[in-house]
Design a protein around this ligand. Structure first.
Ligand code: SF4
Ligand code: FE2
Length: 623
């Protein structure tokens, strides 16, 4: 199909995509390269019939009188509210699945996580199922509170010095769903015009997103699906084994797959697969739910070989010809995979109507009927295999990625690896053997030089400066496929970090998995801060969502800012049309929460800025 402009940090993948006979997102970048200047700056408003109005120096107000500050902030708040809503949808379904499982006394694989949650929530119950139901109810109860009733778990889960600051700023969130509702109301036509007031709402949404959608989702997932365990795993397109019936999974809701994961390795299912000539079934990880499965892969070795790639690798995964079905349940499932699925005769099934695809079948996950649904899915996938294998040509990439990336890293498994305490890590930081920590998080996009280009370049620059990198999100998929999560990647680190990695046998980049695991990074940071007796903004810790993509990432970013952390972005959100918004996010935020937004699309410059911040924080801590 010819695409000399398709660019990826992953060179073998780039070559593969360039050679594909069909169009992918990568091919469309060039044709969409002329961006709307008003949209980029966030100064286009189409909230009413007088519009769309666009702000220019000669026309500084819309017809109603709204200025750039108002228009930009309304657009921004609307995006943050939508992003928060996405995460709240995920945690709501996760808690419901836990509650329903507890009710039927189903399997709970992570009892330690359950006990931990019950401890934090102050729930005392001997019976594990009663305990699990109360834990799920505590989360759901908070999500459903009205906006004027503060959520109870924020105080219990949040770090005390942060909660104190949030109270001082008046940004303790009410019910998470109601906060999304309130945000949407606030930025509708002819209502709020105060940019600072709306930005404080963004922080509030950041807190509810972070505490519930990020931190708690992981822990609830762990109860149902098992705690992450460290292990080496293969990554990249090599994980696709044509001897099996392959199901690519995309989305963010791992608990939807609980029953299916077990049933795919049942004797009955394998016999059905054998009958059509396949060895069995494999789930092929793609996007964040794939990262989640990889993270807990120690519990699912029979049905899962590895994570193939992130959102903008999904088309290439399909183009191998060896995927027989796509099961999707949430976002990061690109619309562009639909024509490819049609062309390659790949069955598409959506398990959540919020992510219903036009040419896919909807089989909305229903806990009551999950077993029957799993059987239906298995039969449909087998049918698809029969109709397409041997007819649709294979175009495998057997050498892509690598076979030994470290996975299963979580706040629990990493701490256990360090001997049950963060002291060894703290000692290394205090001694300067590790200069600081950078969380390289969030999405993968096709800007900033191409797919994962800035993310991977920045990560290399950071480790070369002896800064250890922790990742979460689709960024992880790109970084691991480029080899930075193998122990040999220590060679790319600065001399001190390299020595630490070699001694411990770990890579300089540790993969916490899906974007949800930004919540796990927060737990690590909080525990380290608590051990040092300091607040989060004092830590030599920075965040980068170098290639942020979606509205969800903006909600994540607001969480990072509420935590008081420096947040680097490769490209600005659509806010640059308002000097006020830019100033609040990049400067005034330091006084409000301690956080700040840094925008820079050059890897070396960005690394220099982040290193300097880390050095300043070290001086502040007297280390
Ligand atoms: Fe224009 Fe105001 Fe209507 Fe927006 S709300 S489209 S700025 S008149
Ligand atoms: Fe994600």
């Amino acid at each position: 199909y010819g695409c000399n402009t398709c660019k990826s940090a992953d060179k073998p993948l780039e070559g593969f995509i360039q050679s594909l006979p069909m169009e992918t997102s990568h091919h469309r970048v060039e044709k969409q390269s002329t961006k709307c200047g008003f949209g980029l700056q966030g100064v286009c408003c189409r909230l009413c019939a007088n519009g769309p109005c666009r702000i220019t120096p000669s026309s500084p107000r819309g017809i109603c009188g709204a200025n750039a500050d108002t228009i930009v902030t309304r657009n921004f708040l609307r995006a943050v509210a939508a992003g928060s809503g996405c995460y709240i949808h995920i945690v709501e379904n996760t808690a419901l699945n836990l509650k329903n499982t507890a009710k039927i006394k189903g399997e709970l694989k992570g009892i330690a996580s359950l006990d931990h949650l019950a401890d934090i929530f102050g729930i005392k119950e001997d019976d594990v199922y009663a305990k699990a139901e109360k834990v799920a109810d505590a989360v759901l109860g908070d999500l459903y509170k009205p906006e004027y009733v503060p959520m109870e778990l924020v105080e219990k889960v949040g770090y005390a010095p942060r909660v104190k600051r949030w109270k001082e700023l008046g940004i303790m969130p009410g019910g998470a769903k109601s906060e999304v509702f309130k945000g949407v109301v606030k930025c509708s036509t002819n209502l709020n015009s105060d940019p600072v007031d709306m930005l404080l709402d963004c922080l509030k949404l950041g807190i509810s997103t972070g505490v519930y959608g990020l931190t708690l989702t992981n822990l609830l997932n762990d109860v149902l699906l098992g705690q992450p365990e460290l292990r080496m795993a293969p990554v990249g397109l090599r994980v696709i084994n044509p001897d099996y019936i392959n199901i690519m999974i995309t989305g963010h809701q791992h608990t939807i797959f609980v029953d299916l994961q077990e049933r795919l390795i049942s004797k009955e299912a394998i016999a059905k697969a054998n009958a059509v000539g396949a060895k069995g079934f494999k789930l092929v990880g793609c996007t964040c739910v794939g990262q989640d499965l990889q993270l807990r892969g120690a519990h699912y070795t029979e049905v899962f070989d590895g994570h193939a790639g992130n959102n903008y690798t999904s088309e290439a995964i399909l183009a191998t010809g060896a995927i027989d079905a796509v099961l999707s349940e949430f976002n990061c499932t690109l619309p562009g995979i639909e024509p490819i699925c049609d062309e390659l005769n790949i069955k598409q099934i959506c398990l959540d109507d919020v992510a219903k695809k036009a040419n896919a079948e909807l089989l909305k996950f229903d806990f009551e009927n999950r077993e029957e649904q799993s059987d239906i899915i298995i039969d449909k996938v087998i049918e698809s295999y029969k109709e397409r294998r041997g007819i649709v040509p294979l175009n495998l990439m057997k050498e892509h990625g690598n076979d030994h990336s470290l996975t299963g890293v979580s706040e629990g498994s990493l701490k256990a690896f360090l001997g049950g305490s963060w002291k060894p890590l703290i000692d290394l930081i205090v001694a300067g053997e590790i200069k600081g920590i950078a969380g390289v998080v969030g999405c993968s996009n096709l800007t900033a030089g191409g797919h994962d280009v800035l993310t991977v370049d920045l990560t290399k620059e950071l480790i070369a400066r002896d800064i250890i990198v922790l990742t979460a999100g689709c960024s992880s998929g790109g970084i691991e496929n480029c080899g930075l999560m193998t122990p040999e990647a220590a060679e790319l680190a600065g001399p001190k970090l390299k020595a630490v990695c070699k001694k411990l046998g770990i890579p300089p980049v540790l993969n916490f998995g899906p974007c949800l695991a930004i919540g796990r990074l927060e737990i690590v940071a909080t525990q380290i801060a608590a051990e040092l007796g300091v607040d989060l903004p004092q830590l030599p810790l920075v965040l980068s969502a170098a290639q942020w993509l979606e509205e969800q990432a903006l909600a994540d970013g607001c969480f990072g800012l509420s935590l008081g952390l420096p947040l680097h972005l490769g490209l600005p959100p659509f806010i640059t049309g308002s000097k006020t918004v830019v100033k609040v996010l990049t400067q005034d935020m330091k006084e409000l929460t301690g956080g700040q937004v840094i925008i820079n699309s050059d890897a070396i410059e960005s690394a220099n800025i982040l290193e300097q911040i880390i050095m300043e924080k070290r001086i502040g801590l007297n280390i």
